[in-house]
Design a protein around this ligand. Structure first.
Ligand code: SAH
Length: 251
């Protein structure tokens, strides 16, 4: 069996119970070495074989999976965060489908929710935003022009921006144009849930300088929006004057 597993954002206890169990049972683990904590591998049984996918091609990854399967070995493909977000998992699954090899996918805690926990906020606040945009600035991988940061920012939704902290200048420029103001709160969370996590709070006006002063240029979430610091309305769900399926309004 091949199991694609979301390892979570960093802290080893943030993998799912199912993911940990599969890791413990694995004979072969192919892990994304640039972002997955090596501590996860301490839970594997003795004799388990490890492959760091950072130095492998897609073809080599698939070949390793297929050879292991032929020898009836249990394979775990360990991705950072949740594999469905910038995980390059689809191309692997498509190759396996083509070769009629079955697999399962176990979700994980993505770094965007981990970063929001670290700053102890909520993305979706009544009267502030009910939408979260997950995106990135274009790098070597292009972004469709309809999804340009400036256009997305014009929605004024809560945003979590991946893979972009190395280009804070361009990110900030586009966001200021899109939001139409520079006092929008921003939190840059470097290595959320790792021991060397760093949180930098600011606004679109000063965040670039703050991030530069801290020397952060990789592995960070850029969270943007008024959800970080603004007034909001209380939820209807827990409002004493509001009744719903599970609770009637107090008299
Ligand atoms: N699948 C992953 C994302 C992989 S892309 C997920 O669901 O989180 C890699 C990008 O994710 C990094 O450039 C960074 O923007 C973000 N990232 C991953 N781990 C992170 C962490 N612990 N803290 C902050 N950002 C993180």
């Amino acid at each position: 069996m091949i199991s694609f597993i979301g390892a979570g954002p960093g802290n080893v206890d943030l993998i799912t119970v199912k993911g940990r169990r599969l890791l413990e049972e694995a004979d072969v683990v192919i892990y994304a070495g640039s972002l997955v904590s090596k501590e996860h591998l301490n839970f594997c049984k003795e004799g388990c074989k490890f492959y760091n996918s950072a130095s492998m091609t897609l073809e080599e990854v698939i070949e390793t999976m297929e050879t292991s399967l032929k020898n009836s070995l249990k394979v775990v493909r360990l991705h950072t965060g949740d594999p469905s977000i910038y995980g390059a998992i689809r191309e692997q699954m498509d190759m396996l489908d083509k070769n009629r090899i079955s697999y399962e996918v176990v979700p994980g805690v993505s770094s965007f929710t981990a970063a929001c926990s670290s700053i102890r906020k909520e993305f979706t606040l009544p009267d502030v935003s009910q939408t979260i945009i997950l995106t990135r600035i274009e790098g070597r991988t292009p972004v469709p022009k309809e999804e340009d940061l400036e256009k997305l920012a014009a929605h004024k939704a809560s945003m979590a921006i991946f893979l972009s902290v190395q280009e804070m200048d361009r990110v900030v420029e586009k966001l200021i144009k899109g939001y139409g103001r520079d006092d929008v709160p921003v939190a840059v969370v470097y290595k959320a849930t790792w021991e060397d996590e760093k949180i930098i709070l600011g606004t679109l006006k000063d965040i670039e300088e703050k991030v530069e002063n801290e020397g952060i240029n990789k592995m960070a979430q850029i969270l943007v929006g008024d959800f970080i610091d603004s007034n909001y309305s209380r939820s209807k769900l827990y409002d004493p004057t509001f009744s719903h399926e599970y609770r009637s309004a107090s008299k």
